[in-house]
Design a protein around this ligand. Structure first.
Ligand code: FPP
Length: 272
């Protein structure tokens, strides 16, 4: 259900320019720049993450008001887990727990369902418990599905899918020659979701950073210089407006790309 009346007046103005029939079904975001946001203010990095958590809630609420079905946020990568100082990793874990505790009611108010992708079983048990608690409470909500990618890596997701498929082959459920893209898809963490239509990255880096590698084959990419703690619902709407100005081709040819040559003999002449 749309709740446009709950948007701010600035958000409503951008929303009014959107074509409702071309709203993306799935927006994925690489939330980057928390550290730089803090650094620019001579603050400690953890304050950047804290501010970033506020952006998560505000952006999710705007997504739910405009009826976006799927929002998937890169909250913590496998590489973050392995390469960041222990103190920062444990701060991020505590932040996630307190985020879930204090925002579950707002998720309920906004009809948001929360889910997770990644190697969740490797996270600390008390964090997993809180995650399952929030997932259970919000499970029956029918608005936006907010998926947090946690201890997530695109390559490890594909490894996990191949391991599961190899088991099916071993057990004789499928023969290797018949393995299709669909078989790989059904073993990904995202098997229940459509592929993202739009991938947003904040803080200006032109990288994919091991995010949803299989799923973004035909996703439109939008990079903004804005740092994640400064990203708000209106910026989500602006990214969607930019997405709607794109022409998606999925490997085909678009409008204004020259006329199709129908006569094969003339094609030979043109090529000689
Ligand atoms: C990048 O900033 C962001 C992250 C490491 C993870 C994103 C985490 C949050 C938005 C906060 C918590 C989220 C939830 C769901 C509670 P960075 O530290 O890499 O920034 P930098 O590149 O400027 O150093």
């Amino acid at each position: 259900m749309l709740r446009i009346d709950e948007l701010t007046s600035e958000e409503r103005a951008v929303h009014a320019t959107l074509k409702p029939e071309r709203l993306p079904q799935h927006v994925a975001i690489i939330m980057d720049g928390n550290g730089r946001w803090a650094g620019h203010r001579s603050l400690k990095r953890f304050l950047g993450h804290q501010q970033g958590a506020k952006s998560v809630q505000l952006v999710t609420e705007t997504a739910s008001r405009i009826g976006l079905p799927w929002l998937t946020l890169y909250a913590f990568s496998l590489e973050n887990n392995l390469r960041r100082p222990k103190a920062e990793v444990s701060f991020l874990m505590r932040l996630l727990k307190s985020y879930l505790e204090s925002n579950v009611q707002r998720m309920m108010d906004n009809n948001v369902r929360i889910r997770y992708i990644g190697r969740i079983h490797e996270l600390p048990t008390e964090v997993q418990d809180k995650m399952h608690w929030a997932e259970g409470i919000t499970a029956a909500n029918t608005g936006t599905t907010l998926t947090l990618a946690l201890n997530y890596g695109g390559r490890s997701e594909i490894v996990d899918a191949f391991r599961a498929l190899a088991k099916e082959v071993q057990q004789g459920h499928i023969s290797p020659e018949l393995i299709s893209e669909e078989d790989i898809h059904r073993h990904l963490y995202t098997a229940q979701m459509p592929d993202p239509d739009l991938l947003i990255r904040t803080s200006g880096e032109m990288r994919i950073s091991n995010y949803l590698l299989w799923q973004i084959a035909y996703t439109e990419i939008f990079v903004t210089e804005r740092l994640w703690p400064d990203f708000r619902g209106i910026n989500l709407l602006e990214a969607i407006a930019a997405f709607q100005r794109r022409e998606r081709r999925y490997g085909g040819i678009g409008e204004n790309c020259g006329e199709v040559e129908e006569d094969p003999d003339r094609m030979k002449i043109a090529a000689s």
